[in-house]
Design a protein around this ligand. Structure first.
Ligand SMILES: Nc1ncnc2c1ncn2[C@@H]1O[C@H](COP(=O)(O)OP(=O)(O)OP(=O)(O)O)[C@@H](O)[C@H]1O
Length: 582
């Protein structure tokens, strides 16, 4: 029950819907149990006594009772559904909010498809139980209690025979639950894996096609698909065994009742109508008890789903905001003091003893081989990850002193592959600052050298982009991303390989756009090309997480170190560099 208790905050505030639904359920069940009584009266008092004139009254009475039952059923159903859907509405929102605050560390290991299946199928699994499962459980209990009450009224020995079957049924139900719950957990997990496969395949379709791995992908999908099928079949086999056993026990009970009940009628110890009513009542007990399997099934699914939802809701938020975090203006002074970073415990350090000072408006170049730690440095400033040792300061304060929103609002990123949403160009540009006026958006686009190509599109700023910015070239996407960064007017700007994916001509255009954006902002430029770094106030050259060389371009080209080596390799670019310098 732990799972349900932990998720109580989502459904308990709406208990009034549940209670209303149960209130009407009470009527539904009570009226259901009246049927056999009407049957008994019709047989004993009307048919056997040959008082046929009473039939119209009984018929009208029966009709009115049924009408009442129909009305009660409607409210019972509707309120139950209202309870479930309102509760999971809150649950879905909470999950989504949690996904927004979870740290990069969490997403490093998360699989999108699996998270999607948690947010959809698992939420539905949970809803089914709280919408219908709980009231089904109450219905079963009420039906059994009411039916037994009427049975005891008619004949105590026959009622006791019926009750004797219950422990056997209970054992079967218990055993069933023990086996079916892990089976359902298996189904949920394997469905998550199946989703992950599909999602990764669609996202990585370019790679799949360019490497001609379609057959391999189909094979991998078949494996996941087969795993899902196996898991499902396992559950089905548990189900298939369960029902006949339940029915067999029920039928033995009926045979005993028939034998003993018939004996009582022959001896005039029981009326014929009561025996007929008894048979209806037995199935009012057996039916729901067998149905208990369905409810347990729903319960097991909901429990398995609830566990998976809790895994997300209770996931550790590695980066937490301090209670007394401040919301201050940031001018962009970035200081690293002896900073060390390890991503995964016991793994190699990604950064070792990094120290530098970037006054507001300065430009810091980060150079070094891939994996040397350039990106890692920039990810510590907005607290995407936390330093293991040392201090990361912004305007002289540790980054943890600031509210996360404040800190991140002041840091703009232009990445090698910037993410564009499948909406209009306008919405993409003003994503970080939705209140921005049309003039400001156009101004940002102009400064990012994007306005001209946007205006050449048939719908201009209203052009819809496909998922991940399809329909635009790499350089165009990049300039939209630059315009987006301008819109948030950040004091700190990170350009991570921002021009590596484009041709020379586009690079020059982007460089021009970037120059405009960098004005008055502390800028970190991560680049492999010397041409992008040479104007930096300080260039840090990294090797395996350590700063091995630092200085201006002019100093470093005479240093006889790694920077000069890269410079010499890119010698053929030298003329171009000279050109851009002038
Ligand atoms: N999220 C992460 N989880 C675990 N290890 C990571 C993570 N991000 C980076 N690393 C590791 O940290 C080291 C530094 O990576 P980083 O991305 O900072 O290098 P980089 O110099 O920016 O490389 P590139 O030029 O390829 O972008 C690498 O060994 C990398 O494998």
């Amino acid at each position: 029950m732990g799972t349900f208790k932990k998720l109580k905050q989502f459904y308990w505030p709406y208990r009034k819907y549940l209670f209303t639904s149960i209130f009407f359920l009470f009527f539904v069940v009570a009226i259901t149990v009246v049927y056999p009584i009407v049957l008994q009266l019709t047989i004993d008092e009307v048919v056997l006594q040959e008082r046929y004139s009473l039939i119209p009254y009984i018929a009208i009475g029966f009709f009115l009772i049924m009408l009442l039952k129909a009305i009660a059923s409607f409210f019972h159903q509707y309120m139950g559904d209202l309870f479930g859907i309102t509760a999971v509405y809150r649950l879905r929102e909470a999950l989504y909010e949690k996904l927004q605050v979870l740290s990069f560390k969490y997403y490093d290991n998360a699989r999108t498809g699996d998270l999607m299946s948690r947010k959809t199928t698992d939420v539905e699994g949970f809803r089914n139980f709280i919408s219908f499962g709980i009231s089904d459980l109450i219905e079963i209990t009420l039906l059994i209690v009411f039916s037994l009450g009427v049975m005891f009224y008619y004949s105590m020995p026959l009622a006791l025979i019926t009750m004797a079957a219950m422990p056997f049924l209970a054992i079967v139900v218990y055993k069933f639950d023990k086996r079916v719950h892990p089976a359902f957990r298996g189904i949920r997990k394997s469905f998550g894996r199946l989703n992950t496969r599909v999602q990764e395949n669609i996202s990585g379709m370019n790679t799949v096609k360019s490497l001609s791995k379609e057959d391999f992908e189909v094979g991998r999908f078949s494996d996941s698909n087969d795993n899902y099928r196996q898991n499902y079949l396992l559950t089905s086999s548990i189900w298939a065994k369960y029902f006949p056993v339940m029915e067999f026990i029920g039928n033995i009970c009926v045979v005993l009742l028939l034998a003993y009940g018939g004996f009582l009628v022959i001896n005039d110890d029981l009326s014929l109508g009561a025996l007929v009513a008894f048979f209806s009542l037995v199935w009012y007990i057996m039916g729901p008890l067998m149905n208990l399997g369905f409810v347990i099934n729903m319960f097991s699914q909901a429990k398995a789903s609830g566990e998976r939802l809790l895994e997300v809701l209770e996931a550790n938020e590695d980066v937490k905001e301090n209670e007394d975090a401040i919301d201050a203006a940031i001018s962009g002074h970035v200081t690293f003091k002896d900073v060390t970073l390890t991503y995964i415990d016991n793994d190699d350090k990604a950064l070792k003893n990094i120290t530098f000072d970037a006054p507001p408006g300065s430009v810091i170049g980060l150079s070094g081989a891939t994996g040397s730690g350039k990106t890692s440095i920039t990810q510590l400033i907005p607290r995407f990850y936390e330093a293991e040792k040392g201090a990361v300061l912004v305007d002289g304060r540790p980054v943890s002193d600031y509210k996360l929103k404040t800190l991140r609002k002041h840091i703009g990123f232009v990445l090698q592959e910037s993410f564009l949403f499948s909406t209009t160009i306008r919405e993409n540009i003003r994503y970080g600052n939705p209140e921005l006026s049309e003039e400001a958006i156009i101004d940002a686009a102009k400064r990012a050298q994007a306005h001209d190509f946007i205006m050449e599109m048939p719908m201009g700023y209203d052009t819809m982009l496909g998922e991940r910015g399809m329909g635009l070239s790499g350089g165009q996407k990049q300039r939209i991303a630059i315009a987006r960064a301008i819109c948030i007017n950040p004091s700190i700007l990170v350009l991570d390989d921002a021009t590596s994916a484009v041709d020379m001509e586009t690079e020059f255009k982007i460089q021009r756009a970037l120059k405009e954006v960098m004005k008055g902002r502390t800028t970190f430029i991560i680049a492999h090309r010397i041409s992008s770094l040479k104007h930096a106030d300080e260039i840090l050259v990294l090797e395996e997480g350590e700063i091995v060389e630092r200085g201006t371009h002019d100093e470093l080209v005479q240093h006889n170190g790694p920077y000069e080596r890269i410079y010499n390799i890119q010698y053929q670019d030298r003329e171009q560099i000279m050109d851009t310098a002038t």
